[in-house]
Design a protein. Structure first.
Length: 277
């Protein structure tokens, strides 16, 4: 008898769902049977020059047509699932509350949260780290996950079932040269995950973290090719992973097949951490 991941009847809320890992996660959850809210700062029908205030990656995404929030919703609906595209700034608690409220109101519940929204658009050695970007990265990568988890918690608690998956990074476990703010936020996300797991168990809520290594997203392909090759060669497979590798792991963690799995850091990194001395 084949073992299948079945998320039929579940509703997932994926932040940063317009491209890269978030888009892959949203589509994978839908293929497994879930209805999906695709939440992102960037939504095709709402783009403008004002979008650029959110940082370099937002600007590049807008200018190069890399925003796929509403397209992802159409892809999910084509599978026969329900889906919503919601513009949401995870650093704004009121926007998060409104997005979660709309999701529950229109789709009936909220069972799965994938905290994927994050930012990594600058690199600087520690003495040159910008205080402004440090604060922004904390707000987006760490406080944003806190805001979303706190907003969905009552709905999961009421139903006695919930899955929270936080997108960490090997930068959070190994550190990152020139990435003081990013690695710090991802490390903090790992400890938040453990706390959510400890407190959520009595309510049927699991919380786990995915720890990606180098993954072939749009952002990867915009980076320095020589640097990408150097990092990829540190993996066991001598290549970057694919967004689907991450999405497959998330779909499993969100299913009943992983009902007894909580508080873990699941490395989907091609073994890059094995070669750190």
């Amino acid at each position: 008898m084949a073992i299948e991941i079945d998320l039929s009847g579940r509703v997932a809320f994926v932040t940063g769902g317009s491209r890269g890992l978030g888009r892959a996660d949203a589509l994978a959850l839908a293929r497994a049977g879930a209805d999906v809210v695709v939440a992102d700062l960037l939504v095709e029908s709402q783009l403008s020059d004002e979008t650029d205030r959110y940082g370099a990656l937002a600007t590049v995404a807008r200018q190069q047509g890399l925003v796929h929030t509403e397209e992802t919703v159409r892809d999910i609906e084509a599978m026969g699932r329900r889906a919503l595209a919601i513009r949401c700034d995870v650093t704004d608690r009121d926007e998060v509350a409104a997005a979660v409220g709309r999701a529950v109101g229109e789709l009936g519940s909220l069972d799965i949260l994938v905290n994927n929204a994050g930012t990594l658009d600058h690199a600087a050695q520690f003495p040159d780290q910008s205080p402004q970007l440090w604060e922004r990265d904390l707000r987006v990568n760490l406080t944003g996950a806190f805001n979303c988890a706190q907003a969905v918690w009552p709905h999961m608690k009421e139903r006695g079932w919930g899955r929270i998956v936080n997108m960490a990074s090997v930068a959070g476990t190994l550190g990152g040269f020139g990435q003081a703010s990013y690695s710090t936020t991802k490390s903090g996300l790992l400890d938040l995950t453990k706390t959510l797991a400890m407190e959520g168990g009595r309510h049927g809520i699991t919380a786990n973290a995915i720890v990606p290594g180098i993954i072939g997203t749009e952002a990867f392909h915009m980076a320095n090719p020589a640097m990408n090759e150097r990092i990829a060669n540190r993996t066991v497979f001598k290549r970057p992973g694919e967004p689907q590798d991450i999405a497959n792991a998330i779909a499993w963690l969100c299913s009943d097949l992983a009902a007894y799995v909580t508080g873990i850091e699941l490395n989907v990194s091609g073994g890059v951490e094995l070669f750190v001395f």
